[in-house]
Design a protein around this ligand. Structure first.
Ligand code: HEC
Length: 316
């Protein structure tokens, strides 16, 4: 038990608290046509594209590595890509493109990736890509994803401008508004314009939500990319009232190990995953204390939603 808790602490720490370590942007130098492999990849719609010629040359891009069957942190990373997509609005698909490349091409066929993309509401400027295992291996090596096993892969992302050859490693656990700004800043014209009006453009993107409670801080970082409380289903179900609709012990077990609940064929877990195809609630390595904080926060938010409107308005 102690070992499990220890491991959980480590995971959540690595995910949330230590995010700053790999959030520090590291310049990857100048990568042009001679560095980036022009291998063929296949999109979630079954279209074959060339990595350099079709996806990178003359474009600003954000690239992450994932796989649809990941039961741990990667779905949260992909949900954060979805938030970046939202922050960038109509830039995505026009001058900025998002690419999620699978590390598991054997399982992630275009059909599997299509379902996954739909679960995250991926718009037209966000491609999910697969290819032959050899081509994927070259791409991940060149773009710096060099972990030895699938479960170990890092959640760093590469931001780059194919026209200028400028690349930067950053993290999806960085504030997503800041990450959007990193991409906008990849455009020399945007930088020049912004320089003349300091602090005006996109200032609101970096707003840090007001946090008054442990559970709220954790919810904002680890859950809110996939769940709303009272604003409808998103990537996962609306969590308003979940603490009264489900048994405490069930919630606690599900939050700590949704993958084990599905493996045990728990009827509620199975029904939920059928209702939300293409994505699974990740095992985020939450400790018992984390779960207690989260459930207290969900209780508090649900109670406020039931109270007169002005009470809820105070909660960000
Ligand atoms: C990558 C997206 C994602 C993230 C991140 C995520 N969830 Fe989920 N969650 C889901 C999906 C999808 C389901 C539906 C069940 C399934 O498919 O496994 C779900 C189901 C749930 C349920 C069951 C809801 C019900 O109606 O019984 C709860 C509770 C829940 N999540 C809480 C959380 C909390 C708390 C966090 C943050 C610590 C979190 N989730 C993070 C996607 C996510």
């Amino acid at each position: 038990m102690r070992d499990t808790l220890h491991a959980s602490c480590f995971t959540i720490c690595a995910l949330l608290l230590c995010a700053a370590l790999f959030a520090a942007p590291a310049s990857a130098g100048n990568w042009g046509a001679s560095y980036i492999p022009n291998v063929p990849l296949v999109t979630q719609d079954g279209q074959t594209v060339r990595l350099y010629d079709d996806l990178i040359k003359n474009k600003i891009v954000l690239i992450n590595f994932m796989y649809a069957g990941c039961k741990q942190v990667c779905p949260l990373a992909t949900a954060r890509m979805a938030q970046v997509q939202k922050e960038l609005g109509d830039h995505v698909g026009r001058d900025i493109f998002l690419y999620s490349i699978t590390l598991d091409p054997e399982h992630d066929t275009p059909e599997v990736l299509k379902k996954h993309a739909e679960a995250f509401h991926a718009g037209p400027g966000w491609l999910f890509l697969t290819g032959t295992p050899d081509d994927i291996a070259i791409v991940r090596y060149k773009l710096g994803e060099r972990s030895k096993s699938l479960t170990e892969h890092n959640n760093g992302v590469m931001a780059g401008n194919g026209a200028t050859g400028e690349w930067e490693r950053t993290s999806l656990f960085e504030d997503t508004g800041k990450l959007a700004l990193v991409l906008l800043n990849m455009d020399p014209a945007f930088r020049a314009k912004r320089g003349s009006q300091p602090g005006t453009a996109y200032a609101e993107m970096t707003a840090i939500p007001y946090v008054s409670q442990a559970g709220q801080a954790l919810f904002v970082k680890a859950c809110s990319s996939c769940h709303t409380i009272g604003q409808g289903d998103h990537v996962g179900p609306d969590l308003q009232g979940v603490t009264s609709r489900r048994d405490r012990a069930w919630l606690s077990q599900f939050l700590q190990a949704p993958n084990l609940m599905r493996a045990k064929k728990d009827p509620i877990a199975v029904a939920l995953s059928a209702k939300f195809p293409g994505v699974l609630m990740p095992n985020l390595g939450l400790s018992e204390t984390d779960v207690g904080d989260l459930l207290a926060y969900l209780d508090m938010r649900t109670a406020r939603l039931a109270a007169p409107a002005h009470a809820e308005a105070k909660v960000p």
